[in-house]
Design a protein around this ligand. Structure first.
Ligand code: PGA
Length: 260
């Protein structure tokens, strides 16, 4: 894992956006995996800015989102379809038919999950997947005890996740109990992973995910087994990392050819 510790979320998100932009310029038909939540908002804002200011072209890009709530219509204000449209897709030139988001209204969940896995495969796999981390260690909606080789499937949300996400809904009881999510195994097949975590509330779980044992109780810890993960954290989210000064030294002394 490569640790990129920056003073604040803005700076870290700008560097992460440059990494995504570099991939899209090198491979205009790249397959990008996106996440929802507060964490990637600044990254999406910067990608939109790069599109507008520098003509970063998403017209051949294909996208897949990590997850979606069960029972939430795509145009519901809290759906992840709506989130992605408002925070990214409406601001770049991605083609609607190239956007893939799980259908939380499906009548046949196993079929929807199999369809999604096949669509990822047919697109040639995900080149770069953006992930955040939940306070309980989830990636996507893979809650603690998720199999580390799981595929896209139904997951029941923990009380902690429902409480954390209640801020997006009119009241806490409206937060769905279930979601469909790419599995940990699905995420692990992405060729590169951009892992973002910002804020003091994430410090404990970031330390567990990066430096703790690999365990299904912290699904994000599976990323330690992935060969190409860049972890972008702000100062406060990095404060529980035991080897923080080592990571900082490595990053500050990267040879120029490795920089992005
Ligand atoms: P957040 O959620 O970005 O809103 O903190 C992250 C997650 O649950 O994966």
């Amino acid at each position: 894992m490569e640790m990129i510790i920056q003073p604040d979320a803005e700076t870290a998100s700008r560097i992460a956006a440059r990494l995504v932009a570099k991939l899209v310029r090198a491979k205009p038909d790249a397959v990008l995996g996106f996440a929802t939540g507060d964490t990637p908002l600044l990254l999406y804002k910067e990608l939109a800015r790069l599109h507008k200011a520098e003509g970063l072209d998403f017209s051949r890009v294909t996208t897949f989102n990590l997850d979606e709530y069960i029972g939430v219509e795509p145009d519901h204000p809290c759906s992840y379809t709506r989130f992605m449209m408002e925070n990214l897709f409406n601001h770049i030139n991605v083609r609607p038919e190239k956007i893939h988001i799980l259908n939380g209204m499906t009548k046949n969940i196993p079929e929807e999950c199999a369809r999604y896995e096949k669509a990822i495969c047919d697109a040639g796999g995900i080149d770069l997947q953006v992930v955040g981390i939940g306070a309980d260690g989830h990636i996507g909606f893979n809650e603690p005890s998720s199999s580390l080789s799981s595929r896209t499937r139904l997951k029941t949300l923990t009380d902690e996740t429902r409480r954390d996400n209640a801020r997006f809904f009119a009241n806490a009881s409206e937060v769905p109990h279930d979601a469909i999510t790419m599995g940990v195994g699905t995420i692990m097949e992405s060729r590169r992973i951009v892992f973002l975590a910002f804020g003091r509330d994430k410090a404990n779980i970031v330390a567990k995910a990066v430096e703790g044992p690999i365990t299904a109780m912290v699904p994000a810890s599976a990323l330690q087994l992935h060969p190409d993960v860049k972890v972008f954290v702000d100062e406060v989210a990095s404060c529980k990392l035991e080897r923080k000064s080592y990571y900082q030294w490595v990053y500050d002394n990267k040879p120029e050819w490795e920089q992005f």
